[in-house]
Design a protein around this ligand. Structure first.
Ligand SMILES: NC(=O)NCCC(=O)O
Length: 362
């Protein structure tokens, strides 16, 4: 079910008894794996240790906002420190990790959690931890863009291993499904599909709902990504059957690794809200089912983190596998981008007519 990596299942790796004991004591899931590539004659292996963090909220949504944020910061600091001790070189946190996923409520007070991408409290924490551990940290936050009249974005800030901000990417696709009323809060991103060249490889970030859009995944591939993260917040009833498929398929289709991260836990809000579907008003989104995992370009994947627990998933990725799979399958080489570009050029025109050839006998 989880595929074959160089002819074998993806192997588990031990991070040592101390880290295992501290994860058990602090009640978070800790798992580690290794993806291999075939040995080459002209290139040495290019192995990078990558981590994914899934976290629940750690204070009730009725607590003062400063306490809510601090409680999550304290928990995430604990897990990032463990990632540092495990030698993780690139780490990605989940979507809007620093706050409850309050976008179901449509209440505007939650925008108080939005912060500067460059200098807000969550970025400052990530910069400190990145410097401390010499680690690249992908920091997906709710961004307040003061320079543009307090526009709010859903943004992943990429912090370099020296604690510097390398750049940011803003979520391209905003959901309009179920209780995901995110369009009430922030705008469709305007940063394209940037790939960040870090000390440990070229990375991209496809934020949550963008995973349903194959061309969004493709954009990062065309710009040369070797690892694409998919920091998410999604609930069981809505998307759990899709979760194991989409990120794994993206890794195959684009010949890169994917690290898919989902929030965990059930978050209950003070005021009931409706879904506009005639069902009774309710106070929670449903269960964020965690289940973060890595997928590789050769269709292999790791097992998932827990459905109901915070967690740290570590994987050693040999980045040479990306080129090896591109050479084997030739998906990039055989794609017909000129033909797709021509069709898309026609499709976006107001006078577009679908190319349908009707059976004349009908
Ligand atoms: N956060 C977010 O975009 N969620 C939408 C639901 C989904 O994509 O499963």
């Amino acid at each position: 079910m989880y595929g074959w990596n160089c002819g074998k299942p993806v192997a588990a790796v031990s991070l040592g008894p101390e880290l295992a004991a501290s994860a058990a004591a602090a009640s978070y899931d800790l798992q580690a794996y290794r993806f291999q590539a075939a040995p080459e004659q002209l290139r040495p292996p290019r192995v990078v240790r990558v981590g994914l963090v899934q976290n629940s909220i750690h204070a009730p949504t009725t607590a003062p906002f400063v306490e809510q944020r601090q409680a999550i910061h304290d928990r995430v600091r604990q897990i990032v420190d463990a990632a540092g001790a495990a030698g993780v070189q690139v780490l990605c946190l989940q979507e809007a990790w620093h706050m409850p996923f309050a976008f179901c409520t449509r209440e505007k007070q939650w925008t108080e959690f939005a912060e500067s991408a460059e200098a807000g409290p969550s970025t400052r924490l990530c910069r400190e931890l990145a410097r401390k551990h010499g680690m690249v940290i992908v920091n997906p936050i709710l961004e307040r863009d003061e320079a543009h009249g307090d526009t709010i974005w859903n943004t992943a800030v990429v912090v370099g291993n020296n604690g510097n901000v390398i750049g940011k990417h803003r979520k391209n696709h905003i959901p309009r499904v179920g209780d995901f009323n995110e369009s009430t809060y922030y705008m469709e991103g305007n940063t394209g599909h940037p790939v960040f060249e870090t000390a440990f490889g070229k990375i991209g970030v496809n934020i949550c709902y963008g995973r349903h859009h194959p061309m969004n995944w493709q954009g990062f591939g065309l710009n040369g990504a070797e690892v694409v993260f998919n920091p998410s917040a999604t609930v069981g009833e809505l998307s759990e059957p899709m979760w194991p498929v989409e990120a794994r398929n993206a890794a195959i289709a684009n010949s890169y690794y994917v690290g898919a991260i989902n929030r965990v836990g059930t978050e209950t809000f003070p005021n009931a809200f409706t879904s506009g579907d005639g069902k009774p008003a309710h106070k929670d989104f449903g269960h964020f089912y965690g289940s973060s995992y890595f997928a590789a370009p050769d269709a292999s994947r790791t097992p998932s983190l827990a459905r109901n627990k915070d967690g740290l998933l570590v994987a050693d990725l040999d980045l040479n596998l990306c080129q090896q799979i591109r050479d084997k399958w030739g998906f990039r080489m055989t794609a017909r981008y000129d033909m797709y570009a021509e069709q898309l050029g026609r499709y976006v025109r107001h006078d577009f007519q679908p190319q349908v050839i009707k059976d004349p006998s009908l």
